[in-house]
Write a protein that binds this ligand. Structure first.
Ligand SMILES: [Ca+2]
Ligand SMILES: [Ca+2]
Length: 108
């Protein structure tokens, strides 16, 4: 699990290929799912109905999904948001661990 301070502005969730480097560009489709964090109030949402993509470039083994964090002023518990990998295409890649969690550490 990735921990990011609320004031950091963003967190980078790594997406790594299990087997070496990409033989061709690999497109990863993802969205964000609230766990205990609230979309818009705590982080900038990426809807699973209109997911975004990131590319692992040919010859690379990883990319990073950026989660934009909202620095609110509420004293609160640490909050979690899920990074959901919905699919991969290209380069013969297959899905592995499909969900990551970013824990937003409160600073108020
Ligand atoms: Ca918050
Ligand atoms: Ca807060």
């Amino acid at each position: 699990m990735l921990v990011a301070p609320e004031g950091a502005g963003k967190a980078s969730a790594p997406v790594t290929l299990a087997g070496g480097t990409a033989a061709a560009d690999i497109t990863v489709t993802y969205c964000l799912a609230p766990i205990t964090a609230t979309e818009t109030d705590d982080y900038k949402g990426v809807s699973c109905l209109s997911p975004k993509t990131k590319t692992i470039k040919t010859g690379k083994s990883s990319t990073a999904i950026t989660v934009k964090i909202v620095d609110d002023s509420d004293p609160e518990a640490d909050e979690a948001v899920g990074v959901v990998l919905m699919g991969v295409s290209g380069g013969g890649a297959t899905m592995g661990n499909a969900t990551g969690v970013v824990n937003i550490a409160d600073n108020d």
